[in-house]
Design a protein around this ligand. Structure first.
Ligand code: ATP
Length: 495
C-alpha cells in the first residue's frame, strides 16, 4: 500500500477511536498531556477483553503459571539492582535550531527505512550493521558520526545542526513521604517484571511451585519517553502484560524457543494474517539478556515491536540476591543424569513482555475497514470493526423495530436474559439500517431485532456483522448461537 494511503488509514483509525469512545487524549480540555491517553467506554471494554485473552492463555491454561498483582512503587534499591538506575538510558540528540530532542537510534532507523523504500537495500543494510555495532559498543560519538555521514536533518527545522549524543534516563521519580525534604526518592516502575522477581520466593514457597514455573502480571509501567509519537504506540504511562518463566540453568535455550513460538501462536489465533507478523532477533542485547526476539507487527508506519521474548539468564535474581543479602535460590530435588539431585541454584528466566496498548492499537488497525457497498447507481458504504467476537466490546445489540406495540418491553426482556452472559447494548433510536451501521462501526458481532412477528411466535432476526446476513431464529436459541462465536474456546481450541 502507498505511504499516503497508510497515513490516511492510520489517521482514520485515530479519529474513529475518538469518535466512538475508544481512546481520548488525556486532559483534553486543557489541550492534553503529551503521550498520555485515556480509554473511553468502549476502549475500556476492548482493553479488558485483551487482558482476559492474555490472562486465560497464560495463567488459566498453564497449570505451572500463576498470576500476581504487585505494587507500582518498589524499594529504590530494586532499580539499583536491576540496572535501571545506571543503565536504563536512551541515546538522545538535540537539534540546536528547533530545540527538538530525538532518539539517535530512531533517526537512524528512519533513514534505514527510507533507504529500503527507495530500493537502496545495500545502503540500508550497511547502515543497520554500523548502527547495531555502535549501539552494542555504546559508542555515542559513532552514532553522531553516522547521523552526519547520512546527512540526517531535523524534521522540524530541516537543519543538520546537532548537539552531541547523550544518554538520558527514562525513569520517572517522585518523593515518598509527606515532605520533599528528608524524604526518599522512589521511582514509578519502568517495567512490571521486577515486582515478579522480588516475589519469586514468596510465590514459589506459598504456591509450592516446582521448576519450571511462571509468574504472570498485568500492570502499569512508566517511562519518560523523549519522543512520544504515533498515538498510543509510545506512551509515558502504559500497560504491560509480562510473564517470567523460571527454568533450570542450561534449559533456557529450549524454553526461549518454546515461548517464542507459543507467543506468536497467541497473536495468530485472533485471525491476523501471518504475513503481518515477523520476528526480529536482537543484535544489541539488554544488559540482562543472552537472547532476545521481538514479535513485530506491520503497522501503517512499518514493522514495529509489540512483544519482546527475552532470555534474562539468572541476572535479575542474582542481582537481588546480592543487593538484598537474601538467598534467591531454589532447591531442585529432581535427579540429573548421574542420579544426583540438581540441588540449589538461582533459576534462569525467560520473559514474555507484551505492551497492552500496542496490542490494542494493532487490534484496532487490523479490524478497521471501510467497505464500499454500492450497487449499480446506488451509493452505499459502511465502516466496520472486524474485531474477533471474543474481543468485541458488545457481543450483541438488541433493537425493537419500533418504539410501540410492546416491542421495547419484549426486547428488554430478551436483553435481561442475555446480559447475564454477554455484554449487551439496547438501541431504539433511528431506523434499523442506521442502528446496524453504528454497531458495525464498534464491532458488535450480532444485532437482534424484535418485530411484530416476535410477539406471535417468539422468533427474532439475528444479523451477522461481517456477512450482513440475517436469519430468523427462536429466542431460546439465541444464547447458544452467540456463545458459539464469542466463547473463549473459539480461540483456544485452534491448533
Ligand atoms: P521500544 O524499543 O519500542 O522502546 P522496548 O524494547 O523498550 O520498546 P520492552 O522494554 O521490551 O520495550 O517492553 C516490552 C513491551 O512493552 C514492548 O514490546 C512494548 O509493547 C511495550 N512498551 C514499551 N515501551 C512502551 C511505551 N512507551 N508505550 C507503550 N508500550 C510500550
Amino acid at each position: 500500500m502507498a505511504k499516503n494511503t497508510n497515513d490516511e488509514q492510520f489517521k482514520n483509525v485515530i479519529s474513529h477511536a475518538k469518535e466512538y469512545g475508544f481512546v481520548f487524549q488525556s486532559s483534553e480540555i486543557y489541550d492534553g498531556l503529551s503521550a498520555v491517553y485515556d480509554y473511553g467506554q468502549l476502549g475500556a471494554e476492548l482493553k479488558n477483553n485483551l487482558k482476559t485473552y492474555w490472562w486465560k492463555a497464560m495463567v488459566q491454561l498453564h497449570e505451572n503459571i500463576v498470576g500476581i498483582d504487585s505494587a507500582i512503587f518498589m524499594h529504590p534499591k530494586v532499580w539499583k539492582a536491576s540496572g535501571h538506575v545506571d543503565g536504563f538510558n536512551d541515546p538522545m540528540i538535540d537539534n540546536k535550531d528547533s530545540k527538538k530532542r530525538y532518539r539517535a537510534d530512531q533517526l537512524l532507523e528512519d533513514k534505514i527505512a527510507r533507504y529500503e523504500k527507495d530500493g537502496k537495500t545495500d545502503k540500508a543494510a550497511k547502515l543497520q550493521a554500523e548502527m547495531d555495532d555502535a549501539l552494542k559498543a555504546e559508542d555515542l560519538q559513532q552514532l553522531k558520526t553516522l547521523i552526519e555521514q547520512h546527512e540526517i536533518a531535523c524534521p522540524v527545522s530541516g537543519t543538520k545542526n546537532w548537539t552531541e549524543v547523550r544518554q538520558f534516563n527514562l525513569m520517572f521519580s517522585t518523593q515518598f513521604g509527606a515532605m520533599a525534604e528528608g524524604s526518599e526518592e522512589v521511582y514509578l516502575r519502568p517495567e512490571t517484571a521486577q515486582g515478579i522477581f522480588v516475589n519469586f520466593l514468596n510465590v514459589q514457597k506459598s504456591g509450592r511451585m516446582k521448576i519450571p514455573f511462571g509468574i504472570a502480571q498485568i500492570g502499569k509501567a512508566f517511562r519518560n519517553e523523549v519522543i512520544a509519537r504515533q498515538f498510543i504506540m509510545r506512551m509515558r504511562e502504559f500497560e504491560q502484560m509480562e510473564m517470567q518463566f523460571f527454568v533450570r540453568p542450561g534449559e533456557d535455550k529450549k524454553w526461549f524457543a518454546y515461548w517464542k513460538e507459543a507467543r506468536l501462536k497467541w497473536h495468530l489465533a485472533l485471525g491476523t494474517p501471518a504475513e503481518k507478523y515477523r520476528y526480529h532477533d536482537h543484535v544489541k542485547l539488554a544488559h540482562y539478556a543472552n537472547a532476545a526476539t521481538d514479535i513485530e507487527f506491520e503497522f501503517p508506519f512499518g514493522f514495529k515491536e509489540v512483544e519482546g521474548i527475552h532470555s534474562r539468564t539468572d541476572f535479575d535474581l542474582s542481582q537481588h540476591q546480592e543487593y538484598s543479602g537474601k538467598k534467591m535460590q531454589y532447591f531442585d530435588n529432581d535427579l540429573d543424569e548421574t542420579g544426583k539431585p540438581y540441588g540449589n541454584y538461582v533459576p534462569y528466566v525467560i520473559e514474555t513482555s507484551i505492551g497492552l496498548d500496542r496490542m490494542f492499537l494493532l487490534t484496532l488497525i487490523n479490524a478497521f475497514e471501510e467497505q464500499d457497498l454500492s450497487e449499480g447507481d446506488k451509493q452505499d458504504s459502511r465502516t466496520l470493526l472486524r474485531l474477533h467476537p471474543c474481543l468485541a466490546p458488545y457481543k450483541v445489540a438488541i433493537f425493537p423495530l419500533t418504539k410501540k406495540d410492546g416491542l421495547p418491553e419484549k426486547a428488554r426482556a430478551i436483553m435481561d436474559n442475555l446480559k447475564l452472559d454477554f455484554n449487551c447494548i439496547y438501541e431504539e433510536k433511528d431506523a434499523i439500517g442506521k442502528r446496524y451501521r453504528r454497531q458495525d462501526a464498534i464491532g458488535t458481532p450480532f444485532c437482534v431485532t424484535v418485530d411484530h412477528q416476535t410477539l406471535e411466535d417468539d422468533t427474532v432476526t439475528i444479523r451477522h456483522r461481517d456477512t450482513m446476513e440475517q436469519q430468523r431464529i427462536e429466542i431460546k436459541h439465541l444464547d447458544e448461537l452467540i456463545a458459539s462465536k464469542t466463547s473463549w474456546k473459539t480461540l483456544f481450541c485452534k491448533d
